[in-house]
Design a protein around this ligand. Structure first.
Ligand SMILES: Cc1ncc(COP(=O)(O)O)c(C=O)c1O
Length: 367
């Protein structure tokens, strides 16, 4: 077995590639004295909305805030229910609880790891105020089917696109389907900044001003506050970096897809189940396999010094704060199984075929 470690993620080569341009942008911003809600943020919001194919976007301080401000824009709160997936990062449910509403967990489809649309209908009732699908790991949800269902009931859709910037369902990028598309620019994301950041893509112009107020202390004009809001703004330095990175975003997505092809080839014919993408083009923010002997695979990776993550070994309905919702062991069987079998392997645009082969060899090694 090859002894060279493989990190889960390596952000340094990308920094080196754009270091000069970014430092130049920081210098320019420093000299301008405009650090918050200035020209970089406004230009980035236009460029990002165009990339996604949404009419509007409003940047915020994180992906979590993108979700909270979308829920708040819909006046969702105590007594309301929001349908979502139990198989996601904690923030997906946390934001619903943060508003005072209750998350209603619907089981996943075992191939895409995303909400099983056929099971959503049965959970809709008079308290349902939104459906919040997650394009998990970078794999698009069947948004066409979900939108038809949501429209039939007049229920808004909030897409959690934190892991799926650039993923495509049918001919449209994710975030361009729902009423709101919520993106995270956390550094490990497909489009990441060097700190926290997020953005909301928006269909209805009526929500643009409302969310702009919410992100800035509820203020319309300076020192005139019309709502209880937040301090949730993307800063100029991060916006400048994101504008630079946007130019090579599609290239970096292609490189992630190439890494996924190498993995798929390496695992072909084995018992390992590689990620499927039944509803469109995956962007592989994470390359997550299923292995029935997952814990033995984890131990081998650990001793070979290969990075991995157990996304998500504790599903949301089993997190301590959600135990009072009393989901039973057999309520969400696909989610339970995924949480036992899944393991995310190293992936980033600068990974080499040799590194992928090393990971494959260790995953498939017996003993
Ligand atoms: C699916 C999902 N939703 C929401 C978030 C929250 O994004 P942020 O870390 O930018 O607040 C994340 C971040 O990891 C995520 O993976």
């Amino acid at each position: 077995m090859n002894e060279i470690p493989v990190p889960f993620l390596d952000l340094k080569p990308e920094f080196e590639a754009l270091e000069h341009e970014w430092l130049e942008a920081i210098r320019r911003i420093g000299m301008s004295g405009a650090f918050i809600l200035g020209p970089e943020v406004h230009a980035f919001e236009r460029e990002f909305a165009d990339y996604i194919g949404a009419p509007y976007s409003v940047s915020v301080a994180s992906g979590t805030d993108a979700l909270i401000l979308s829920l708040k824009a819909l006046n969702i709160g105590a007594g309301d229910e929001v349908i979502t997936t139990p198989y996601s990062f904690f923030a997906t449910a946390e934001v619903i609880s943060r508003t005072g509403a209750t998350p209603v967990f619907v089981d996943i489809d075992p191939v895409s790891f995303n909400l099983d649309i056929d099971r959503v209908q049965a959970c809709i009732n008079a308290r349902t105020r939104a459906i919040l699908p997650v394009h998990l790991f970078g794999c698009p949800v069947d948004m066409g089917a979900l939108q038809a269902l949501a429209d039939g009931h007049g229920i808004p859709l909030i897409e959690d696109c934190a892991q799926a910037c650039g993923a495509v369902h049918k001919t449209r990028r994710v975030g361009g389907w729902g009423d709101f598309g919520c993106f995270s620019f956390y550094p490990t994301k497909v489009l990441g900044c060097y700190g926290d950041g997020g953005i909301i893509t928006i269909q209805d112009p009526g929500y643009v001003e409302k969310i702009k107020k919410l992100r800035n202390h509820g203020a319309g004009a300076a020192f005139v506050h019309e709502a209880i809001g937040y301090n949730s703004r993307l800063d100029e330095i991060q916006a400048a970096l994101l504008r630079i990175k946007m130019r090579s975003l599609n290239d970096r997505i292609d490189k992630r897809r190439q890494v996924a092809v190498w993995y798929d080839k390496g695992f072909a014919g084995s018992d390992v189940i590689t990620p499927g993408s039944p509803y469109g083009e995956h962007v592989y923010n994470l390359y997550t396999i299923r292995a029935s002997d997952r814990d033995r695979v984890r131990d081998r990776l650990e001793s070979a010094r290969i990075g991995f993550n157990l996304c998500y070994r504790v599903p949301l309905h089993r997190q301590r704060v959600y135990l009072p919702l009393e989901y039973a062991a057999n309520d969400l069987p696909n989610t339970e199984k995924a949480s036992r079998e899944c393991i995310s392997l190293p992936i980033h645009p600068y990974m080499t075929e040799d590194q992928v082969q090393r990971v494959v060899d260790v995953v498939l090694a017996t003993g």
